[in-house]
Write a protein that binds this ligand. Structure first.
Ligand code: SIN
Length: 528
C-alpha cells in the first residue's frame, strides 16, 4: 500500500513524486526500466520559458499560433506565467542551465519569435533528469521501483457509473503481478513514439499510460495530433537520432541535394537556396508541422530517403562545443558539424494528445449518461496528458515546461486531497479468476513490426481516407490476435507493451478518421 503511486520517471514523474513524498505522503515510483530511461533524458533542445514579463505576451502568442488556434488560452497563459517560478524550482533541485555574461544563455527554436530556450548545451533533458534523480534518491517516503511495469488500474467499484481509482497492478522483475492500493495514481508514463517505425523516442515509449487510463474509463483527446520531428539523423540501419531544432536555431539550413548544388555554384547565403522558403517565409525555422511535411513532400518528389541539414557556413569549432552530444554521435559515423551535410528525415517525436486533464492534472472521465466529470484519484502529467496547451501542434521546447508546471500543480492538488495512511486495504488480486486457457503464440515481434508498418504507412505524416480505413481493419485484426494471447498467457513486458501499442494505435487512427479538417499536425489529402 502507498498513498501515491507515480508511473514513470521523467521530469513529470520525478518532480511530482519528490514533492508528494516531502509532504509526508508515502510515494512509490513505478518505472519499467531504469529511472533514467525516459524521453526527458533524451531531450536535447531545452525548456522554453519567458523569464521576464516583457516576454509573456509573445510566448503566449507563439504558442497559440503554433497550435493553430486550438490551444486552450486559459491554460497557455497559466503555463507561461508560471514558467519562471518552475525554472527557479528546477535550479533549486540542482539543474544547471547554461549562462553567459547577460544571464541565461537563451537559444532560438522554430516558431519562437525570440530567444527564450534555457538549455544545458544540447543535453538539457539529461541534465534535468540527473538532478531530479539525485533529489529523488535522497527523498524520504519515496520508494523507487525500477524494472516494474504498470499493467492496469484497479477501480474502487467496476460497476459504478462514476469511476474512482483504488490501486494498480504492477508486473515485478520476477514476473509476478503485485497489487498496490493507493489513494492517488499519477500517470507520467510518456509518449508512444514506438507505434511508428521511425521515432526519436527511447524504447519505453509504447503508450502504456494512455492505454491503461483509457481502459479504466478515462477520457482521451487530440490523439490525431502526432508530432513528427523534421530532423532525425537518417542513416541506413541506424535508429533515428534526434538532431535538435536548436541547431537550426543556431543557423543550420535544410536543403535538398539540388539546393546544395545550387549553393555550390551560386555562393552567398545558404538560406536563400533552401526548399523551405517555398513553404514558409520563416524557412528552416518554421514550426515543426510545416517543416516535417515539407521535408516529406520533397523526399517523395526527389525519391531520396532524406533531406540535408547544412552547417558548413557556421564556425565548426563553435558549434561542436555548443552541440557536443550531437557531435559525439556524428563522429561515430565519420560526420563533423560545420563540415558535413547531415542526412535527416522526419520521425515520430511527440504525442500532443493524451489523457484529458484539468489545470491540476486531474484526469477526466466521460460516463455514458453524463457530461465529462473529474476522475477522483487519477492524475496525468507530462507527455501522456493532454492539457490543451499545445492545440494542434506543439511549439518546440514547450513540453518540458508543461511537464514541470503541471507536476507542481498536481503535487499541490494531491497533497491537499490525500491523507497519509488512508488507502483501501483490500483489493482484488490480479486475475483472481485465473487464465482462460494457456495458448501457444507466435513470436510477438512480427505483430509489433506489422503494427509499426501500418501506422507509418497509413496513419503517418500525410493521410488518406482509404488508408485510414485499411489501418483500422488491420489494427482490429491485430487486436483480436493479441487479446487471445493476453487472455491465455502469463503477462510479460512484451505482451503488455504490444497490447498497449495496439490500443493506442486504434485510438490515434479513429481520432484521425474523425478529424475532417486539415489543421496543425493533422493532414489528410482527402480533406484538402
Ligand atoms: C529538439 O531539441 O529539437 C527537441 C525539443 C522538443 O521536442 O521540444
Amino acid at each position: 500500500m502507498a498513498d501515491v503511486v507515480v508511473v514513470g520517471s521523467g521530469i513529470a514523474g520525478l518532480f511530482v513524486a519528490t514533492r508528494c513524498a516531502r509532504a509526508g505522503l508515502s510515494t512509490l515510483v513505478v518505472t519499467k526500466k531504469n529511472l533514467s530511461d525516459s524521453s526527458t533524458n533524451w531531450a536535447q533542445g531545452g525548456i522554453a520559458a519567458a523569464m521576464s514579463n516583457t516576454d509573456y505576451d509573445a510566448h503566449i502568442a507563439d504558442t497559440i499560433e503554433a497550435g493553430c488556434g486550438l490551444s486552450d488560452p486559459r491554460i497557455v497563459e497559466m503555463v507561461i506565467r508560471e514558467a519562471s517560478d518552475r525554472i527557479e524550482d528546477l535550479i533549486a533541485s540542482g539543474v544547471q542551465f547554461d549562462t553567459n555574461e547577460d544571464g541565461f544563455d537563451l537559444a532560438m527554436e522554430g516558431g519562437h519569435s525570440s530567444r527564450r530556450i534555457l538549455h544545458s548545451k544540447d543535453a538539457t533533458g539529461a541534465e534535468i533528469e540527473r538532478a531530479l534523480i539525485v533529489e529523488a534518491r535522497a527523498s524520504p517516503n519515496l520508494e523507487l521501483l525500477e524494472d516494474h511495469m504498470a499493467v492496469d488500474l484497479i477501480l474502487a467499484d467496476k460497476n459504478a457509473e462514476i469511476k474512482r481509482i483504488s490501486g494498480i497492478w504492477v508486473l515485478t522483475p520476477t514476473g509476478e503481478v503485485r497489487t498496490i492500493s493507493a489513494q492517488a495514481i499519477i500517470i507520467a508514463a510518456g509518449g508512444a513514439g514506438h507505434i511508428y517505425r521511425q521515432t526519436t523516442n527511447p524504447s519505453v515509449a509504447t503508450g502504456d499510460g494512455i492505454a491503461m487510463a483509457h481502459r479504466a474509463g478515462a477520457k482521451v483527446r487530440d490523439l490525431e495530433f502526432v508530432q513528427f520531428h523534421p530532423t532525425a539523423l537518417a542513416l541506413y540501419g541506424e535508429r533515428p537520432f534526434l538532431i535538435s531544432e536548436a541547431l537550426r536555431g543556431h543557423g543550420a539550413i535544410l536543403m535538398t541535394s539540388e539546393n546544395m548544388v545550387e549553393l555550390k555554384n551560386g555562393g552567398g547565403e545558404p538560406a536563400q537556396y533552401s526548399f523551405m522558403l517555398h513553404h514558409d517565409p520563416r524557412g528552416s525555422l518554421a514550426t515543426r508541422d510545416i517543416v516535417a511535411r515539407a521535408a516529406d513532400q520533397v523526399m517523395k518528389k526527389t525519391g531520396e530517403n532524406c533531406v540535408w541539414l547544412v552547417t558548413s557556413h557556421l564556425d565548426s569549432q563553435e558549434i561542436q562545443e555548443r552541440f557536443p552530444t550531437i557531435q559525439s554521435r556524428l563522429k561515430t559515423h565519420g560526420l563533423t558539424l560545420g563540415i558535413d551535410a547531415l542526412p535527416v528525415a522526419p520521425a515520430a517525436h511527440y504525442m500532443v494528445g493524451g489523457i484529458s486533464v484539468d489545470e491540476n492534472g486531474l484526469a477526466k472521465q466521460c460516463p455514458a449518461c453524463s457530461n465529462e466529470v473529474q476522475y477522483p484519484g487519477l492524475y496525468s502529467i507530462g507527455e501522456v496528458a493532454c492539457t490543451g496547451l499545445h492545440g494542434a501542434n506543439r511549439l518546440a521546447s514547450n513540453s518540458l515546461l508543461e511537464a514541470v508546471v503541471f507536476s507542481h500543480r498536481c503535487a499541490e492538488h494531491v497533497i491537499a486531497n490525500v491523507t497519509a495512511g488512508e488507502g483501501e486495504m483490500s483489493l482484488p488480486e490480479w486475475r483472481a479468476d485465473g487464465l482462460s486457457s494457456l495458448v501457444e503464440h507466435a513470436p510477438l515481434k512480427s505483430d509489433r513490426i506489422a503494427l509499426q508498418s501500418t501506422m507509418t504507412d497509413d496513419v503517418g505524416l500525410v493521410k488518406r481516407n482509404a488508408r485510414l480505413q485499411r489501418a483500422q481493419r488491420r489494427l482490429d485484426f491485430l487486436r483480436e490476435e493479441v487479446d487471445r494471447i493476453w487472455r491465455g498467457s502469463l503477462p510479460t513486458r512484451e505482451v503488455i507493451e504490444l497490447r498497449n501499442m495496439i490500443h493506442v494505435s486504434r485510438l490515434v487512427t479513429s481520432a484521425a478518421i474523425n478529424r475532417k479538417e486539415n489543421i496543425g499536425l493533422h493532414h489528410n489529402l482527402d480533406c484538402d
